[in-house]
Design a protein around this ligand. Structure first.
Ligand code: CP3
Length: 345
């Protein structure tokens, strides 16, 4: 699949694509009845560790929605569990860590990630997903970025303000550096392994880094994300952050092929700020996908108008699909984006 023609891969590299490709963050999730059926009473991590079911979830979402890319079924917390972080994912809440990190000693006691041995199910899930997709769509691998992973490890769970994590970042440089160094190595080997197993693109989720100023992003985060993205050369790289309006230029400096932005920044403004060489992914407000109908269609037109037919646009939501979304709204989005962009070029 890796070298097969695909509007999604073309758009990642800013090449002329047959039409604007579409996929959705969290497209395989509980808003889909088929996902709930396959998942049964299993937790997300348990499901991710079952290569047969995980790949089924991946392929079912693509088949049901008609999207142009598949995303691996996994979670950003998997590699943390593999290096010895005691955690669980509470449904409707998020990841919870038993012993939040408070010292350099705790960081040193975590293992190194050897993904082939520590996460054997992941390679199987990638290979099974690619086999079942049978050329229908390229598979995107992904990881959390060091800041977002560090935020969970320091906070112990989801948090709005992230003030504990930011306080460590500002006041305890040794701990911050030790943790970010550790996570950078983990993410590099985690993504490298996914590429070795055949994913066609990767997305680095720095979901919560939008709480930093540009200066602090440059100082405390950029060197690490840049190192990770630079270590992967054979596949297109997408970088996502929610609430990223103030950080678009910093994000671009990290070196992704595609900037994935939320609804607060019009996609056209990303090109104005970063130049036309970058590709842009986004960015319908997920609440509009949930609302459906005319309002959703108007939002879709706004996104396409802002993209103005440029090469290198990948249509997506500004963040993940909300659990109450009607799958038929997403199907309409796919159809409408394809229809409206196919003849424009
Ligand atoms: O379809 C896909 O997008 C692929 C699967 C995927 C999952 N997690 C599975 C999952 C992806 C890409 C992720 C990434 C992820 N996980 C992120 C980054 C993306 C983002 O949303 O910003 C983050 C922050 C996490 C951590 C995490 N895992 C959270 C905050 C939650 C939500 C808790 C809840 O139940 O609402 C999870 C659980 C989780 N991971 C679910 C899924 C499908 C939801 C539970 C379910 O539907 O069974």
């Amino acid at each position: 699949m890796r070298n097969q023609a695909s509007p999604f891969i073309d758009a990642c590299y800013g090449k002329e694509a047959e039409y604007t490709p579409v996929w959705f963050m969290r497209q395989a999730g509980r808003y889909l009845p088929s996902y709930r059926r396959i998942k049964g009473s299993r937790g997300v991590l348990e499901l991710a560790k079952n290569a047969d079911l995980a790949s089924e979830v991946v392929v079912t979402a693509v088949r049901e929605l008609g999207v142009d890319a598949a995303i691996l079924f996994a979670d950003i917390m998997l590699p943390l569990e593999a290096i010895g972080v005691d955690l669980e994912i509470k449904e409707n809440f998020g990841p919870v860590i038993a012993d939040p990190i408070a010292s350099v000693g705790q960081v040193s006691s975590l293992g190194r990630l050897d993904p082939e041995t520590d996460l054997p199910f992941l390679g199987d899930a990638i290979q099974e997903s690619i086999r079942k997709l049978d050329g229908m769509a390229p598979l995107i691998g992904f990881s959390g970025a060091p800041f977002t992973l560090a935020a969970y490890m320091l906070e112990g769970g989801p948090s709005r303000e992230l003030y504990k994590a930011k306080r460590v970042m500002y006041s305890d440089p040794d701990l911050w550096r030790a943790l970010m160094r550790k996570l950078t190595d983990v993410v590099k080997s985690y993504l490298g392994m996914q590429v070795n197993h055949g994913v066609a693109a990767i997305q680095l989720f720095d979901s919560w880094v939008g709480c930093l100023s540009p200066t602090d992003y440059d100082r405390y985060v950029l060197p690490y994300t840049r190192e990770i993205l630079a270590s992967l050369s054979s596949v297109p790289k997408i970088h996502f952050c929610a609430d990223s309006s103030a950080l678009i230029e910093e994000f671009h400096k990290a070196g992704p092929d595609v900037l994935s932005v939320d609804w607060r920044t019009p996609v056209g403004a990303v090109w104005t700020r970063c130049g036309s060489a970058t590709s842009v992914q986004g960015n319908l407000d997920p609440v509009l996908a949930l609302t459906g109908g005319e309002q959703m269609e108007r939002g879709l037109s706004d996104v396409l108008d802002s993209a103005a037919g440029r090469r290198g646009h990948i249509f997506n939501l500004g963040h993940g699909v909300l659990p109450e979304t009607d799958p038929s709204s997403l199907r309409s989005l796919v159809r409408l984006v394809h229809e409206r962009t196919r003849h424009r070029r």
